[in-house]
Design a protein around this ligand. Structure first.
Ligand SMILES: O=C1O[C@H](COP(=O)(O)O)[C@@H](O)[C@H](O)[C@H]1O
Length: 223
């Protein structure tokens, strides 16, 4: 794991975007599609807004984005991660990038799990170019919460329940998140840094991710 520390989010953002846009341009040059899984929550929103401006200037991009996890609500709901992507990246949505949704018309994520897993296998037939993850102060990543399963059979996703709010969610499974060329972990604040630094001694989802990853993990941190 490589830990990068920045004085503020603006510098963090610019370092990560330099790497990200270079990956995108390389794929475009080779005329290859590129696949990214993106965290929701509030931390990465400014990054997505800057990426949108950069993408809108590019002609050829064949990007496929999927949320690392989605809340079982409509895109118009402020809680929706997929809605967040569309709001933050309006210039490039449907042009430079397409979204694979983790939702369908089923009433619950439990009912939808197999169909969404099948959709993931069909539409993302290879490793992710990169997975951008956040982390909660309880050590959760995507919607893999402490004490809950991180995998469901051999499926790419699983139904999850937020432990406090009981909100229904769909999350990529740990094996699907780890099937990536690289992982970027974007976190802010002293509390999350401390949780990350003690992850080797705990059994949180972040600990399992670090233990089981076979690809490079780069942490982007600022206070
Ligand atoms: O519930 C979630 O939380 C994590 C962390 O969010 P953050 O705003 O504290 O960074 C996020 O990565 C995940 O996608 C989201 O659904």
């Amino acid at each position: 794991m490589k830990f990068n520390s920045y004085p503020n989010f603006s510098e963090l953002s610019s370092a990560l975007l330099t790497e990200w846009i270079s990956d995108i341009d390389q794929a475009a040059l080779a005329r290859r599609p590129a696949y990214f899984a993106l965290a929701g929550g509030s931390t990465p929103a400014p990054l997505y807004r800057s990426l949108d401006t950069m993408l809108a200037r590019r002609d050829i991009c064949n990007l496929h984005l999927v949320a690392t996890d989605e809340r079982w609500v409509a895109d118009s709901d402020a809680q929706s991660n997929e809605g967040l992507f569309k709001q933050c990246m309006p210039l490039s949505y449907g042009k430079q990038w397409q979204l694979l949704s983790l939702k369908n018309a089923a009433s619950t994520p439990e009912v939808a799990t197999e169909a969404i897993s099948e959709r993931l296998s069909q539409q993302i037939p290879q490793s992710f170019n990169a997975v951008l993850l956040g982390m909660g102060t309880d050590g959760h990543v995507a919607s893999l919460f402490p004490g809950a399963p991180t995998q469901h059979d051999d499926l790419s996703c699983l139904a999850a329940l937020h432990p406090q709010t009981r909100q229904s969610r769909m999350s990529l499974s740990l094996p699907r998140l780890l099937d990536s060329k690289k992982i970027w972990l974007v976190i802010t604040g002293a509390e999350k840094r401390q949780i990350l630094e003690s992850a080797a001694q705990t059994d949180l989802p972040i600990s399992r991710l670090l233990r089981e990853a076979r690809c490079n993990i780069e942490v982007f941190w600022c206070p």
